[in-house]
Design a protein around this ligand. Structure first.
Ligand code: 2AM
Ligand code: CA
Ligand code: CA
Ligand code: CA
Length: 280
């Protein structure tokens, strides 16, 4: 595909290069960084490492593709209104890179080894490349639209589990304690008794990569931003899974309340959230 290659560098190759360079650098900073800022509350953290990772990725992307648009978490004011507006401002772009320089910052800060770099490229609003890199396990998840998704070069396939009863499912505890947290606590109350077990590991992008890899059968979370989900959505879709919002509408860049699964448990998961009125 000619459109995906500029100056001999494919979009995917640049995304992989960015994610692994940033990831390796982040790893050297674990337990070894200077400043920690509180963004909104003690539940919402940012470090110099988040900012440095985003700068590194942005510079590399802009060197290769100066005409492309860029949306990164650390370039946007905190809060849901600002992240919605930031996406609105660029979503008409032909090529848009959507970057979370560290997904799972709280884990990074505490030395809990479950965080990643998440990089997506959207073409006219549709994600065409998704890369998630976990530097701690050196796991690289890569998806290209229409070409499948891979971890360590091995094709991924979602789980074949057909019931919630037999499913390992993940969710998140939102930092927004006003609106999203109470809503998702209702969801957890509804879903937890129905599944084999629930995981809340603190990185939406990693949870989605794990759905793609068949390690989780499903994942949902309330109140996310485009950079949390964009790369993971393509990983899941290209592994045979399904990504929607909590009402069952197909994934698009603006989705904040996301449900991703192997497809087989999607309806049951959405219905459980709706029953608990944890879907909007
Ligand atoms: P982050 O680490 O990049 O901030 C965990 O439940 C998920 O929620 C992570 O993907 C995390 O991304 C995201 N998250 C953390 N703080 C958030 C906030 N204040 N608003 C929205 N999402 C947040
Ligand atoms: Ca953050
Ligand atoms: Ca994030
Ligand atoms: Ca982040």
């Amino acid at each position: 595909n000619n459109a995906s290659v500029v100056g001999g560098k494919s979009f995917t190759a640049v995304a992989i290069n960015c994610a692994s360079k940033a990831g390796e650098w982040i790893k050297t900073k674990l337990g070894n960084y200077a400043s920690l800022d509180i963004k909104y509350s003690s539940h919402d953290l940012v470090t110099e490492v988040d900012k440095g990772s985003e700068r590194l990725i942005r510079n590399l992307i802009m060197t290769h593709f100066p005409q492309h648009s860029f949306l990164g978490e650390e370039g946007v004011e905190p809060g849901p209104a600002a992240s919605t507006q930031a996406l609105e401002d660029v979503r008409e772009a032909e090529y848009l890179w959507i970057v979370d320089p560290i997904d799972g910052t709280t884990n990074f800060v505490h030395g809990f080894p479950f965080f990643c770099v998440s990089i997506a490229l959207a073409h006219n609003g549709q994600v065409i490349v998704g890369v998630v890199y976990d530097p701690m396990k050196d796991e690289l998840f890569v998806a290209e639209r229409g070409k499948g998704a891979y971890v360590h070069g091995k094709r991924m396939q979602v789980s074949g589990e057909e019931t919630l009863r037999g499913s390992l499912v993940a969710t998140g505890l939102p930092a927004d304690h006003q609106y999203a947290l109470p809503l998702n606590l209702k969801g957890i109350e509804a879903v937890a008794p129905k599944v084999r077990n629930l995981r809340i590991a603190g990185s939406a992008a990693m949870h989605m990569a794990y759905v793609a890899a068949g390690r989780l059968s499903g994942f949902w979370e309330i109140g996310l931003s485009s950079w949390d989900i964009a790369a993971g959505s393509l990983l899941v879709q290209e592994s045979g899974g399904v990504v929607t919002d909590t009402n069952g509408n197909p994934y698009q860049l603006g989705v904040r309340n996301v449900v991703a699964s192997n497809g087989l448990i999607q309806r049951e998961l959405i219905a459980s959230l709706a029953e608990a009125k944890a879907d909007k």
